[in-house]
Design a protein around this ligand. Structure first.
Ligand code: HPA
Length: 246
């Protein structure tokens, strides 16, 4: 089954025919919200709102371990995460949808592994390619099939938040090779790999990153709302196509 983790602006999927909601507990605590089961294009899909239904959980307080565990327990095989990001690279303008292929992790103090404590053997997952190549391919095919232009790769920098970055921090991220910046990409992607789930991200550029383009002196929150509404409608179309291709 395909699962969608919805980020800012995507607390529900309007094209999801919800058949059942399930509140679960995991050994790591409660996930961000109840799990919504439903159908898109006739296919069963599970939806989870990363920041809770009322968007009340900030990025550094999301229980990523419980979220991924809950999906794994429901026999999910593939996870598409939807995340709003700031655009660093010049072509990552507000409104652009990108499917990143790499991650740099700048987060700290988050519970970032299932392999700790107790009698667990020391385990190092391979994370050379942090996103599932086949799932990325399916997303790109779906976008092509429904005529939605997407940027086909990008390096996602995961920052700690909840504050936005300084202009100098964005300069540093760019020197590091980052094209996009968001606050939720990690440890979500690594936990999905630990749980042996295929995981990929659809990143929606909500704003130019701090110090760039029209965010030269400040990031305008009102603009973000506007951009997200339009772009998330496009993301829903891609997800619908993806589900119907499955
Ligand atoms: N920085 C970090 N996270 C974000 C941004 C940003 O500029 N925009 C949306 N999420």
């Amino acid at each position: 089954m395909l699962a969608i983790i919805g980020g800012s602006g995507l607390t529900q999927l309007s094209n999801l025919d919800i058949t059942r909601r399930l509140a679960v507990r995991t050994p790591y605590g409660e996930p961000s919200s109840a799990l919504s089961f439903g159908r898109i294009a006739g296919k069963e899909v599970l939806f989870l709102a990363r920041h809770g239904h009322g968007h009340s959980i900030p990025p550094h307080e999301v229980n990523y371990r419980a979220n991924i565990w809950a999906l794994k327990e429901q026999a999910v095989e593939s996870v598409v995460s939807v995340a709003s990001v700031g655009g660093i690279r010049a072509d990552m303008q507000p409104g652009v949808i990108a499917v990143p292929h790499q991650i740099i992790d700048y987060t700290w103090g988050r519970k970032n592994t299932y392999f700790e404590g107790g009698e667990q053997p020391v385990t190092h997952i391979d994370f050379t390619e942090p996103y599932s190549a086949p799932l990325r391919g399916r997303i790109l095919d779906a976008a092509r099939a429904c005529g939605e232009p997407v940027v086909e790769e990008g390096v996602y920098a995961s920052t700690q938040g909840p504050r936005l970055e300084t202009a100098a921090e964005i300069d540093r991220l760019e020197r590091d090779g980052a094209d996009l910046v968001g606050m939720t990409g990690m440890p979500e992607a690594a936990l999905a790999r630990e749980a042996d789930l295929a995981y990929a991200t659809i990143a929606v550029v909500a704003n130019s990153a701090a110090g760039r383009a029209n965010s030269l002196h400040a990031i305008c929150m009102e603009d973000i709302e506007q951009v997200l509404q339009t772009s998330l409608a496009r993301v829903r179309r891609i997800i619908e196509q993806l589900a119907s291709d499955a």
